[in-house]
Design a protein around this ligand. Structure first.
Ligand code: ATP
Length: 441
């Protein structure tokens, strides 16, 4: 059943223009995915909601967009250059590679039964070089997480905006990891996006801020349309946490392929600022008037964009009916749905209907840009297509709109995705309804 759901999601995502395998016409490239027209809208809506909730609507979080390529010393300081690795094992027979910590039996190849070799540490940072010399002097890395760009700008933000503690920096951007075994669609890829906050606090207040962020993460989970009953917290045990973290909670989601990490919340102590300060020899401290300077501590809520997309799709996927009559629809919150409404004339070969529908379409599109014109096939087919991409409303212009029944002049039918119900509304009321539902709150 669960595997079946995964196949349905992957197939719908491709067929309806959400997500395609990366570089597909060249046979693909493992661990890469391309977002198509509806996928990019969905992803942008998710990022906008996050930005709205965690940056714009708060007075204590400042947005950032740091460079992906950083001075390599930053990755030495953070420990990524020496320690950002996973244990790699290779099969002596079929040569397939696996992450040793993901295997139940580390001696036998799960693909062919061959003997697996010794585990060795494999650094997951992608390496490239800057400048014209190819002698290793220009070696740099693609960032494996967005966090680093915020730590190295702590002092810049402090000096330019003068925020008081507690305050945070928030960033959305690409991260790259040369995963040994990318798998499970967009769950584990080599190029992905993160949304992270580094929240700086006084050391003795970390526990209360940790709690507040934990609550805020649940609020986002609900708002973005992830089924809350499929999410659970995992308190990461002492031995399993990163050495610098005093407390970490993984938010896990029941994906069709199992319960796996969706987000992480970590108390990183003063590890990062202290490490960057030691390596750069610049003081990364904070002090209020008359106070002795100290290194702030950090709470880090970390969200994967692509894992959010997958959890949102898995939560929204719904089927109704049986056999050939199955209706598939995505129950996305309207402000997350890639298309807010589809506008159609009842019949596409009646110029007067088309002209009126075009008028309604133009008026609505002026208010909400994510609107489509759909006059392809019969009405039933249009509804099915829109259901599958999660469009919450379909607006149809018919002869009554034109005044065939005078009392219905300038009214339209508004059809609801989840129930299939239709109601008759004035054009203005229909526009207002779509605008209200589509707006981010
Ligand atoms: P995992 O244990 O699954 O490899 P992680 O613990 O290494 O994940 P973090 O370093 O905590 O992950 O990264 C923060 C967030 O970034 C994760 O919660 C996840 O949402 C996302 N993420 C990490 N690696 C990937 C990846 N390879 N593909 C997609 N998203 C990822």
């Amino acid at each position: 059943m669960a595997q079946d759901l995964m196949e349905k999601i992957v197939s719908l995502a491709k067929r309806r223009g959400f997500i395609y395998p990366g570089s597909e016409i060249y046979g693909g490239l493992a661990g890469t995915w391309d977002y198509g027209p509806y996928g990019v809208e969905l992803k942008n809506n998710i990022k906008n909601l996050w930005w709205r909730m965690f940056v714009q609507s708060r007075d204590d979080v400042y947005g950032m967009d740091a460079a992906i390529i950083m001075n390599p010393k930053a990755w030495e300081a953070s420990g990524h250059a020496s320690g950002f690795s996973d244990p790699l094992v290779e099969c002596g027979k079929c040569k397939h590679r696996f992450r040793a910590d993901h295997l139940e039996d580390v001696t036998k190849c799960p693909d062919c039964g061959g003997k697996l070799g010794e585990a060795r540490q494999f650094n997951m940072m992608f390496r490239t070089s800057v400048g014209a010399l190819d002698d290793g002097s220009g070696t740099v890395y693609l960032r494996p997480e967005t966090a680093g760009g915020m730590f190295v700008n702590f002092k810049n933000v402090l000096d330019s905006l003068h925020p008081s503690l507690p305050f945070g920096l928030g960033q959305i951007g690409k991260a790259f990891r040369n995963e040994i075994a990318p798998r499970d669609f967009i769950f584990r890829s080599r190029e992905f996006e993160q949304m992270e906050v580094e929240y700086f606090v006084r050391p003795d207040t970390w526990a209360e801020h940790f709690e507040a962020w934990r609550k805020a993460m649940w609020e986002f989970i609900a708002a973005v349309g992830i089924a809350k009953d499929k999410v659970s917290e995992l308190e990461v045990a002492d031995g399993d946490r990163a050495h610098y973290s005093k407390r970490t909670i993984d938010f896990e989601f029941e994906y069709p392929f199992g319960k796996k990490e969706l987000y992480g919340l970590a108390y990183r102590t003063d590890f990062d600022l202290r490490a960057h300060s030691d390596t750069s020899t610049k003081p990364l401290t904070y002090a209020e008037e008359g106070e002795e300077a100290f290194v702030p501590h950090v709470i880090e809520p970390s969200f994967g964009v692509d894992r959010t997309v997958l959890a949102v799709l898995a939560s929204a996927y719904a089927e109704e009916g049986e056999g050939d009559n199955i209706r598939v629809f995505l129950k996305l919150p309207p402000y997350i749905a890639p298309v807010k409404a589809a506008v159609s004339p009842l019949l596409k070969n009646k110029p007067e209907l088309v002209a009126k529908a075009r008028e309604v379409y133009a008026a609505l599109k002026k208010e909400v840009p994510q609107i489509v014109w759909d006059d392809n096939g019969n009405i039933g087919k249009r509804y099915r297509r829109q259901d599958e991409i999660g469009t919450p409303f379909c607006i149809v212009i018919d002869f009554d709109t034109l005044g065939e029944k005078p009392e219905l002049t300038d009214t339209v039918t508004l059809r609801h995705r989840d129930t299939g119900e239709q109601e008759r509304l004035t054009i203005q009321d229909a526009i207002t309804r779509v605008c209200e539902a589509a707006m981010l709150r």
